[in-house]
Design a protein around this ligand. Structure first.
Ligand code: GDP
Length: 526
């Protein structure tokens, strides 16, 4: 294990958080470009298109302009191994995003300079805060007219409650955008718009006092000097510890579409972003440098390639080292699993993994044996804590058009719900199949995928379920009694857990009052 400290130290695992349209997809692409993982920008979109060719439901994704899937991209930069976890942009898939955020060590927040802090950014920051995830900030679209940079930083500080420290500072904006001043290096990086896959180094002027600056910028040079003096007086100095504790965010300005400001961002990311943190398991804290392997599944994705009908469980390595062919202990089932076909993900391909270190994400092909939240170890009974399932707010009864396809429907619903976007409930009193979701779009995606991947036609009916609560009780006798009396409103979720399906809020409240010893939970721990 002598390479362990080296391999661990150089891992950087992160995700991008933003409000839709701020430029996450563009920035992802440009990070891959500057990271040398792709030759030509366009590959992220190309990747979408290629998958769409083999998978029909991507058509729907394309039509609606949303990205439904999460994927993992690994590349090397400045000797660091960077794992970028992509997250779905649409808010109906926010649970998926929340779970992905449990698998990263830091995040990159993208803000549109014209729009400032938007609603989804606020929500995602709340999730990051649960773990004090360190955040770098990129303020995008400086090539357009936007809001004053000072005002944007103020807004981030007051709305998101995090200290800002500018690492670069924009010189003008929109048509007058001239570049950025790098405060740490005392250097001006001049803007030259370059679209697509070209990386142009661009002219760099060393030193704010350099007379060359006056030649190039004219009056704007003195404006810049004045502004920087102000900014340096008014803002906080970069404090690595405060950043790592999630209390301060270093801020970069640029234009993703113009390949500008990306180099500074990526270099700082490689230098400062944290290597894997210790992880909290229910039993104890697991250190990444422990010799024994452990990992946790944060996402399941079925049918990434319909020709192979595969299901991939995405596992984050939390400690030790994974090697090909290794025997892993599947804690929930108590079974040993020999893993010889685990996958790793590059920007545009996937390959078999030979070894993986903490922070890395590996894909385990399986046929439904693995669930989101499952822990794997080398024998120890550990259970990593994660973001729970949330009680859905929307419910539909699934109606099958061809009764002979009932089995396929069951299988499809079960598998799709294990991916985590929808939840499946089976009432005790009848054979209904009820789908629960947090966003309406999830129902459409499920119907679409049932048709294209399982050849099952279904429609939805309304059903008088308003919300669900997971039910438990310390006293088995009382629980039995409750099950008898409330039989009509009880069911099981996809994982076999007991659920109370409430026809109305009032009903739920009355039932809770009537059964004080029963515990009603709005979330289910993974
Ligand atoms: P996402 O929804 O956050 O993934 O955002 P996208 O990357 O798809 O970008 C949303 C829109 O903003 C697209 O039309 C992009 O071309 C555009 N965009 C991204 N970066 C920039 C930028 O630096 N400047 C300008 N003007 N537009 C940008």
């Amino acid at each position: 294990m002598s390479e362990q400290p080296y391999e661990l130290e150089r891992r950087r695992t992160f995700a991008i958080i933003s409000h839709p349209d701020a430029g996450k997809t563009t920035l992802t692409e440009k990070l891959l470009l500057f990271g040398g993982a792709i030759q030509l920008a366009g590959t992220v979109k190309g990747r979408k298109a290629a998958r769409h060719a083999t998978s029909d439901w991507m058509e729907m994704e394309k039509e609606r302009g949303i990205s439904v899937t999460t994927s993992v991209m690994q590349f090397e930069h400045m000797g660091r191994i960077v794992n970028l976890l992509d997250t779905p942009g649409h808010e109906d898939f926010s649970e998926d995003t929340y779970r992905t955020l449990t698998a990263v060590d830091s995040a990159l927040m993208v803000i549109d300079s014209a729009k400032g802090v938007e609603e989804r950014t606020i929500k995602l920051m709340e999730v990051c805060r649960l773990r004090d995830t360190p955040i770098l900030t990129f303020i995008n679209k400086l090539d357009r007219e936007g809001r004053e940079p000072i005002e944007l930083l103020d807004e981030v500080e007051s709305v998101l409650n995090i200290q800002c420290t500018p690492m670069t500072w924009p010189i003008g904006m929109g048509k007058r955008f001239k570049g950025v001043y790098n405060l740490r290096e005392d250097a001006i990086h001049l803007f030259s718009p370059t679209h697509g896959g070209k990386i142009v180094k661009g002219e760099v002027i060393q030193g704010l006092d350099n007379p060359k600056l006056d030649e190039v910028l004219g009056d704007m040079a003195d404006e810049l000097r004045g502004e920087i003096e102000l900014v340096q007086g008014a803002s906080h100095e970069f404090d690595l510890q405060a950043y790592l504790a999630g209390k301060q965010t270093p801020v970069f300005f640029g234009s993703a579409i113009n390949n500008f400001g990306i180099q500074e961002l990526l270099d700082a990311f490689a230098e400062f972003a944290p290597s894997p943190f210790p992880r909290q398991a229910r039993q104890r804290v697991v250190q990444p440098d422990e010799e024994k392997f452990s990992g946790v599944v944060f996402k399941i994705q079925a049918n990434m390639d319909p020709q192979h009908r595969d299901r991939i469980a995405f596992m984050r390595v939390n400690s030790g080292k994974f090697t090909k062919g290794m025997k892993l202990y599947h804690v929930r089932t108590g079974k040993q699993m020999q893993v010889s076909n685990a996958m790793t993900f590059q920007a545009d391909s996937r390959e078999h993994v030979d070894e993986a270190w903490p922070g890395d994400i590996i894909g385990l092909p399986n046929h439904g044996t693995i669930q989101v939240g499952d822990t794997f170890t080398q024998g120890e009974n550990l259970k990593f804590e994660g973001i729970p399932y949330f009680a859905p707010e929307l419910f539909r009864r699934v109606v099958l058009k061809d009764p002979l396809r009932a089995k396929a429907l069951q299988k499809g619903l079960q598998q799709l719900s294990e991916e985590g976007a929808t939840q499946l409930f089976k009432p005790m009193k009848n054979n209904d199949l009820i789908l629960g979701a947090v966003g309406v779009l999830q129902f459409d995606v499920t119907a679409f995928r049932l048709k294209s991947e399982y050849n099952v036609d279904c429609v939805y009916d309304g059903i008088s379920v308003t919300t669900a609560r997971w039910v438990s009780c310390d006293d088995p006798k009382k629980l039995e009694d409750f099950k008898k009396k409330c039989f009509d409103n009880l069911g099981e979720d996809g994982g076999g857990y007991l659920v109370y399906l409430a026809p109305s809020r009032v009903n739920l409240q009355l039932t809770q009052e009537r059964w004080p010893d029963i515990h009603f939970s709005a979330t289910r721990e993974l």
